[in-house]
Unconditional design. Structure first.
Lengths: 327, 313
């Protein structure tokens, strides 16, 4: 099988496994989410009848039918994107809620990751090239320190300093409370201004990963023969560093970039929670606080899917970048 | 007088000759000598030395907490919501508890959960990695698939969902949940390293000379992966400390336990930043960052153990 077809098959199988895992997990957990659900609905003013209880039990998979038919129902619902109704937002379906929140997270995560990738990789190249010197030590120690910051803590600090004390940035939300989301330039700018602090938080905390990855790759590549050969040929140090060493050392980092994009979607949970940002991370934050099981399940599926898709795209890209993989 | 004959190179720094068996018999047993050399190598790395010192400080604080903390962490006898005073150096919580004492005692939980979950995750990773790497074929493919699946599902959301479902709200729940979500990275690395070592000559000769499977794995393969396992452990412990703090911050832990994460949770609940109690937010987060940083710095030294190119000259 060619490389690409293998990747496609693997993607489909892993996707199926992730979906099934999402089905199995809540059924393995102890406790009754049904009562929690009914309690929430009662608090939201929905009348509890026997039909209501029945519906909740079916939705959450309490044994009314055999496991196989439940599973079939579950798969059908996923294919039709029917994830039920959320407790936190009872006026819309879970699919709608997630659909509204997803673009915000993608924009935030994309910006933060690209920024961290570029800066981190450049720092890593420099640190690896100047290995053993004070520059290298200061870069690595600095990266370790900033990388150890709990993201939510850094978010709180930035919020306090830059938003509360200095008032340079807004305190919460994705856009000013009075505005309605449109595609106008003024709205985009407002949204951008709101996204600076969360993006900065995520960028700073993920920076260290890129620095270390690139630095290690550089060190390994610099030990290779072709680098020595280039230096012996009299090429300038900077040429060797960029055109020869960095280009080859970059390869594993590109794979990691794809994985990072997928995983930072999940990592945005805490940062979006702290900043009350209207993305899917913030949704998970709200869902957990409200014991909103339908929303939680659907979000877990969305996170897994985004990771899978990111890995898949990177795998396809890798074939273009590394000819050794093609058979 | 000039020396015309070539002099042998000066003795290398201790730890470099780790693979060379000593010719003279020594009274110290092998594993202890190996451990001593390992610690010397780690100590000789500047960054790792700083990390070891920092970690030692934290362990001392945790062990001697009753002697260091001025008050009991759970005593609610102070004026709530107060800023730094002479009795409460870091202020008080909404329940009137002393933040500084909570900070001191909180180190115990963070260290316990960090090392506990890290050890558990590393144990699972080593077991599965060794099994998968040593026996190619169906078992390897299956375990590899499970590992990839565990890697695909993002750790933090899974942890959050599991902790929310379990509602166990004890420290051990958190240890289990964290370990359950972080074994996969280590397992993948150990599996690939085992697969590489499996093809080496010394393993083949051991198998041919009739050594049993368990002996081959634990006496031949595993000792050559010690630094990899150690690096895996420190990485897992670092992630576990952050994960524990994150889960506590979200209120998924037990709010009654005293840990750095619960201090931040309380701070968020009582809007400490808006009431001017920024020290209550700064201190626990800084403690978490420094503890994680110390483990990462130690890992620099462990990396140098396994990859001589990374050792500082």
């Amino acid at each position: 099988m060619t490389y690409i077809s293998r990747r496609v098959v693997l993607f489909i199988i892993t996707l199926w496994a992730a979906i099934t895992l999402n089905f199995v997990l809540p059924r393995l957990m102890p406790g009754s989410p049904v009562d929690a659900a009914l309690g929430k609905l009662a608090a939201a003013g929905v009348p509890i009848t026997n039909a209501e209880r029945n519906a909740i039990e079916i939705q959450l998979g309490m044994p009314h039918a055999s496991l196989i038919s439940q599973y079939g129902e579950y798969l059908r619902n996923i294919a039709l994107l029917r994830f039920g109704t959320s407790y936190s937002y009872p006026t819309q379906t879970v699919a709608e809620t997630i659909g509204k929140a997803l673009p915000w997270t993608l924009e935030l995560v994309g910006a933060a990751t690209i920024f961290a990738f570029i800066i981190g990789t450049l720092l890593g190249i420099y640190a690896g090239w100047r290995r053993g010197t004070a520059t290298d030590s200061s870069i690595t120690v600095g990266a370790t320190f900033f990388g150890a910051f709990p993201p939510f803590w850094l978010g709180l600090l930035l919020l306090y300093l830059l938003a509360f004390k200095f008032g340079w940035f807004p305190i919460k939300g994705g856009y000013d409370p009075g505005l309605t989301p449109t595609l106008s330039v003024s709205f985009m700018l407002n949204a951008l201004w709101h996204s600076v602090l969360p993006a900065l938080t995520m960028a700073i905390t993920t920076l260290s990963g890129w620095v270390f990855g690139m630095r290690n790759n550089m060190i390994n590549t610099l030990g290779e023969d072709f680098v020595t050969f280039a230096e012996a040929n009299g090429l300038r140090a900077r040429t060797v560093a960029t055109l020869y060493a960095a280009r080859n050392a970059l390869l594993p980092n590109v794979t990691a970039f794809g994985l990072a994009l997928g995983s930072v979607v999940g990592g945005s949970v805490l940062v979006e929670g702290v900043f009350s940002y209207p993305g899917v991370g913030g949704l998970l934050f709200i869902a957990v606080t409200n014991h909103d099981y339908p929303l939680m399940q659907a979000l877990l599926l969305v996170f897994s899917l985004s990771m899978l898709v990111a890995i898949f795209i990177v795998d396809l890209l890798y074939v273009r970048l590394d000819p050794r993989v093609r058979r | 007088m000039t020396v015309l004959t070539a002099m042998p190179p000066p003795p290398e720094a201790p730890g470099r000759a780790a693979n060379v068996r000593s010719g003279t018999a020594s009274s110290v047993p092998g594993p202890l000598r190996f451990g001593g050399r390992a610690i010397r190598t780690i100590w000789s790395n500047g960054k790792a030395r700083a990390g070891l010192i920092m970690l030692g400080l934290f362990i001392c604080i945790a062990v001697f907490a009753p002697l260091i903390a001025p008050h009991s962490p759970t005593a609610t006898s102070f004026t709530p919501y107060s800023g730094p005073t002479s009795t409460n150096w870091f202020g008080t919580t909404g329940n009137g508890q002393d933040v500084f004492s909570q900070l001191i005692y909180g180190s115990r939980v963070s260290l316990l959960v960090g090392f506990g979950a890290g050890a558990l995750a590393t144990l699972v990773a080593v077991t599965l990695g060794l099994i998968a790497g040593y026996r190619p074929g169906l078992v390897d493919e299956l375990l590899g698939f499970v590992t990839n699946l565990a890697l695909v599902i993002p750790a933090l959301p899974l942890m959050i969902v599991l902790a929310a479902y379990l509602q166990g709200h004890s420290v051990w729940t958190i240890v289990l949940v964290v370990a359950f979500t972080s074994w996969a990275t280590g397992a993948r690395v150990i599996r690939s390293q085992t697969a590489t070592l499996r093809t080496r000559d010394f393993v083949t000769s051991a198998v041919f000379s009739g050594e049993r499977l368990l002996r081959v794995v634990f006496r031949e393969i595993l000792p050559n992966m010690t630094s990899l396992v150690a690096a895996s452990f420190f990485a897992a412990a670092t992630a576990a400390i952050l994960a524990e703090a994150s889960l506590e911050f979200l209120g998924l832990g037990n709010p009654a336990t005293v840990s750095w994460g619960t201090i931040l949770y309380a701070a968020e609940q009582q809007n400490a930043l808006l009431t001017g109690q920024w020290l209550m937010v700064l201190a626990p987060g800084l403690a978490i960052a420094l503890l994680m940083m110390s483990l990462t710095l130690i890992n620099f030294g462990v990396d140098a153990l396994s990859n001589p190119r990374l050792r500082e000259k």
